[in-house]
Design a protein around this ligand. Structure first.
Ligand SMILES: N[C@@H](CCC(=O)N[C@@H](CS)C(=O)NCC(=O)O)C(=O)O
Length: 203
């Protein structure tokens, strides 16, 4: 099993999940430039990370990879035991991937959406940062009285941890979001999370 990544990007969620699962795997570090080379594009035509290669099976898209890893390793308990528990995990995965991650795209690369107009790009990034604050506030409320997004540890928690790292990197203000900060502290103390961070050169 191979996971292709670049450090600190969304594949870190899958990397954490692989550490929670605890079976052998190889994390293959790429540069952004390498994701645009023909060899890699043959695996992932969108030129993005993550890509998971499991024997002759090649899978892209974080949400699909996290679902696959969790389903393949039910003993790790990362998806849920009942249809409703699994639905909740997928609900929070969708929130992380389609709502929060997607909005970060406007913070990391706003000029792409404004044809390079810097003033417009600042407006777009500012609006996206506001949207992120409201999305994180929603996750903060969800964590009140819970250690994990669904009540049990799941692959969605690994994703939320990565998104909180990005919030800190881009200095998205999260005032008073104590549940999120406590969650972040708990995950930072988790040996599997520490191992994934170390392997990506982030600790
Ligand atoms: N929808 C994809 C998005 C993947 C994605 O955006 N990956 C980023 C890193 S987090 C990437 O590789 N971007 C390509 C680039 O920056 O050139 C997923 O969830 O896996």
């Amino acid at each position: 099993m191979k996971l292709y990544y670049f450090p600190g990007a969304c594949p870190l969620a899958s990397h954490i999940a692989l550490e929670w699962i605890g079976k052998p795997y190889e994390a293959v570090r790429l540069t952004r430039e390498q994701t645009k080379e023909a060899d890699y594009l043959a695996l992932n035509p969108l030129g993005a990370v993550p890509t998971l290669v499991d024997g002759d099976f090649v899978l892209t898209q974080s949400a699909a990879i996290l679902n696959y890893l969790a389903e393949l390793n039910p003993e790790a308990g990362l998806l849920g035991d009942t249809p409703r528990e699994r639905a909740q995990t997928r609900r929070w995965l969708a929130f992380c991937n389609a709502d929060v991650h997607k909005t970060f795209g406007l913070v990391f690369g706003p000029a792409y959406y404004t044809n390079g107009d810097e003033a417009q790009a600042r407006i777009v990034a500012g609006k996206a940062a506001e949207k992120l604050q409201s999305l994180f506030a929603f996750a903060n409320d969800r964590l009140r009285g819970r250690d994990w997004l669904t009540g049990k540890r799941s692959v969605a928690d690994a994703y939320l941890f990565v998104l909180l790292m990005w919030a800190d990197l881009k200095e998205i203000p999260l005032p008073g979001q104590d549940e999120l900060r406590a969650f972040q502290t708990r995950l930072r103390a988790d040996p599997a999370v520490q191992s994934a961070l170390k392997s990506q050169g982030l600790s």
